[in-house]
Write a protein that binds this ligand. Sequence first.
Ligand code: NAP
Length: 309
Amino acid sequence: MRLMNAIGLRHKGATELTSMTVPIPVINENEFLVRIHAVGVGSHDRWFIPNDAFFPYAIGIEAAGEIVERGSAVDQFAKGERVLFGNARQPKGGTWAEFAAVVSGDNLIKMPEGLSFVDAATLPVAGGTAIKGINALDLSHNDTLFIAGASGAIGTLAIQMAVDRGYRVAASASSRNQEYLLSLGAELAVDYRDDYWVERIRAWMPDGVAAALAIQPGTGVQSLPVVKDNGKIVTVSGDNNFISVRDIHIEQISFHPATRADVLQLVADVATGKIRVVIDQIFPFERGIEALERIEKRHGRGKTVLTFD
Ligand SMILES: NC(=O)c1ccc[n+]([C@@H]2O[C@H](COP(=O)([O-])OP(=O)(O)OC[C@H]3O[C@@H](n4cnc5c(N)ncnc54)[C@H](OP(=O)(O)O)[C@@H]3O)[C@@H](O)[C@H]2O)c1
């Protein structure tokens, strides 16, 4: 049995993450085995454990690496090809490991020339969520948008994508990130700890913005006063259990993957430099638990990544 280093849960019901040595997953005829070079870290990582997981179980749902084996029934992708992928709910183990079994070629995206493993690993979850959120807003060129909790992994991409589509963006973060939000293309930056941030957005758009993208938990309800009558709030963190006012439509997006064509476009835009990836911090893999505890405080600027290199 071939072994590898991983971080995860030793047994069903375990709550504490541990560094462990586990068997390298054995792939079936439809799967791929990927040697992982960089892992994207997200505040959800502790909680995505499939019901049919085999233990000990490596956590993690996104990474970038190279294909080292492919099942006999697949002819997509070649050994050695560099790929990025989301891999949620894989019972054989997640991406916080030296190798991962990827369930289908549909999960794999070929990395363009010039894209690093670190940058690629930031894209499957935060990029996919930014895409789903922006699409769900259903806005047109020159429409106005407020993005709440916008200097983190999702917001950093979402601001740039919204500006690229011609939307006019106001965004929130704490005082230390105001210049950062503007550097990403926001027209107005507000501090969510400022008592007058709602008034500042209303001064910018007296009738309210057309829509809000609420990234951090709790920001959906907080966004209500800045959205115009009959506007829209899209929440990504499951906080949709608040009562709407003034016919504002509330939509919660799911954890399902974004459309493949949209993800391919984002990857291409990052590779050409049209969209900028921002790395908060790179941790060596063995310090993964420390990295996760840090980002669970929800004050990262951009995305945190683990590397094996
Ligand atoms: N639906 C989906 O498919 C999906 C997928 C992935 C993640 N998610 C959800 O998305 C959320 C994580 O987003 P992320 O990865 O972008 O987070 P993140 O990187 O941790 O974001 C940190 C950002 O949030 C800001 N922030 C912290 N507390 C805030 C508050 N009370 N009000 C407003 N802003 C606040 C921070 O600003 P300062 O540092 O300046 O304070 C910073 O801009 C999680 O709740 C996760 O469940 C959903």
